[in-house]
Design a protein around this ligand. Structure first.
Ligand SMILES: [Zn+2]
Length: 212
């Protein structure tokens, strides 16, 4: 963990007024500023990383994208055919982004804009990026190259041993547990300090967190 000053982490907070549509984002000139983009998901793929240098050897079980893959989310506007891809890369030590299903209306924050060799705009996530699912009510009628299996109503007959997918709504969240670990010795932080007495970083600091 790192003890970050509150003012430093206040800047990347999600601001809905600065979110641009897919067509606006596609026509923007490529610049250094981070962009917030929203659209409707029409495809999602999991890709192996191209270069071994992109793989990180230290990964925490239960976090990140299984297999160290990157996720490519293709989004488009509700009313236009303009589309673009968002590459969710280096999603280490973070919860897998749930809810990125066909037809979901999503907003990505703090993306870096890139230009492909074919001169089309795409975006990659940064360490500040977050994903917000704004609406799930779009009918999931888009075609995907990834095998999601058949869509299924869980209240009706479910074929056994088949790959299936469906949309569910969370009814209740029973528990959220957060643990802080020392970035120097990996021992747990308890009451604001590292629990390992031999750790040289055990000075007490303020712990702040931002949820987006
Ligand atoms: Zn420590």
């Amino acid at each position: 963990m790192s003890l970050v000053d509150k003012e430093l982490i206040a800047s990347p907070v999600y601001d809905i007024s600065l979110v641009v549509s897919v067509s606006e984002a596609s026509s923007c000139e490529v610049g250094d500023e981070l962009t917030n983009v929203e659209g409707i998901i029409f495809d999602r793929l999991h890709k192996e990383l191209k270069y071994p240098s992109e793989l990180r050897s230290v990964e925490t079980a239960g976090y990140g994208v299984p297999g160290g893959k990157s996720i490519i989310v293709k989004i488009r506007d509700i009313a236009s055919a303009v589309s673009l891809s968002v590459y969710i890369n280096s999603w280490y030590q973070r919860a897998y982004p749930i809810g990125l299903i066909l037809g979901a209306h999503v907003a990505f924050t703090n993306l870096q804009q890139k230009m492909s060799v074919k001169n089309s705009v795409y975006f990659v996530t940064t360490g500040l990026s977050s994903v917000v699912v704004k609406d799930m009510n779009q009918p999931p009628h888009f075609e995907s190259k990834e095998d999601w299996g058949a869509s299924c109503n869980l209240l009706l007959a479910v074929p056994s041993k088949k790959l299936l997918w469906g949309t569910v709504e969370m009814d209740q969240l029973l528990k959220v547990s957060v643990q802080f670990r020392c970035e120097y010795c990996s021992h747990l932080f308890i009451r604001g300090r590292c629990s390992y007495v031999g750790c040289w970083s055990h000075s007490k600091g303020e712990i702040a967190a931002v949820c987006t």
